[in-house]
Design a protein around this ligand. Structure first.
Ligand SMILES: Nc1nc2c(ncn2[C@@H]2O[C@H](COP(=O)(O)OP(=O)(O)OP(=O)(O)O)[C@@H](O)[C@H]2O)c(=O)[nH]1
Ligand SMILES: [Mg+2]
Length: 272
């Protein structure tokens, strides 16, 4: 077998590796932004000495070649099961990223239901290059199911929404508005990793879970219904209202008709 054929086989096996049983929560973003850290926080597998992280955390010695496209874990939110999908870091440069985007699309196809896409973005000032990458993310996934989590920001910004908002430029503000401002700031483990920080992390995890549940279509939307682009999971509003209006109209019409018939009958009796 040639080396290329072997590579292809490995890749396929890798993609088939983990089953996506429950409504999926995709964690997406550039390399090293904190995707796996976020996944572990959601699962409660962080910072404790006796708890090993579910998703491996990257370090400088990380071997990129051996990195898997995705890893999954089961998450329970209010009695419902979800599959968290921690994905490979997407290279920010256009030339290296096409292959990864395609592989991520393949993973997405494996999920029958998709509840949310969490974009992990490093906070602070962004370069033009990083902004371009963020725009790419926003155009590739449905805004109706997107949540943004900012990582690696200062304590003051983690603790104050107002302070965090001050760091947004017009482009970021517009993008966040397009997802109905579903964004949060992740508490950094090096600032909040100790006991004192546990409540801050617990409250962040709680807020994120709530945000995930605010996305319409609890339990996700069937794949065949997902093909409508940005209208994914959104029921056409107004259909219910129109029905109600129609029924009310028919009811009023009948009541009026009955009253007229009664009045005519009374009139006829009086005339006689
Ligand atoms: N200061 C700070 N460091 C963080 C934060 N989140 C993650 N890190 C660190 O950033 C490095 C990468 O974190 P990961 O969670 O592995 O990032 P990733 O996005 O999963 O990385 P890849 O899978 O390689 O793309 C680790 O050294 C983390 O400890 C954060 O909020 N603040
Ligand atoms: Mg990772």
């Amino acid at each position: 077998m040639t080396e290329t054929a072997l590579d292809v086989m490995d890749e396929k096996q890798m993609l088939m590796n983990d089953e996506i049983k429950h409504p999926a929560i995709f964690i997406l973003g550039a390399k090293g932004v904190g995707k796996s850290t976020l996944g572990n926080m959601l699962l409660g597998s962080y910072s404790e000495v006796n708890v090993s992280p579910v998703f491996p955390i990257s370090d400088r010695d990380y071997d990129d070649e051996k990195e898997e496209i995705y890893r999954t874990a089961e998450l329970n939110i209010k009695g419902e099961k979800y599959t968290i999908i921690d994905t490979i870091g997407i290279p920010e440069s256009e030339s290296n990223s096409t292959d990864i985007w395609n592989k991520l699309k393949e993973v997405e196809k494996k999920a029958t239901n998709i509840q949310a896409y969490i974009f992990v973005l490093e906070g602070g000032r962004l370069t033009q290059h990083e902004l371009l990458f963020i725009h790419q993310l926003f155009t590739r996934y449905p805004k109706s199911r997107t949540i943004v989590v900012f990582t690696k920001v200062r304590k003051a910004l983690i603790l104050s929404v107002t302070e965090m908002k001050k760091t947004f430029n017009t482009q970021i503000s517009t993008l966040l508005q397009s997802i109905n401002d579903r964004w949060l700031v992740m508490p950094s483990l090096d600032i909040f990793g100790n006991n004192e920080g546990k409540t801050v992390i617990a409250s962040f995890v709680d807020d994120l879970k709530k945000l995930i549940l605010t996305i319409e279509g609890k339990g996700g939307v069937k794949k065949d219904k997902l093909k409508g682009g940005t209208t994914r999971g959104i029921k056409p509003k107004g259909t219910g209202l129109a029905k109600k209006f129609c029924y009310s109209f028919i009811l009023v019409f009948f009541i009026t008709a009955i009253i007229i018939i009664i009045l005519i009958s009374i009139h006829k009796l009086i005339v006689k």
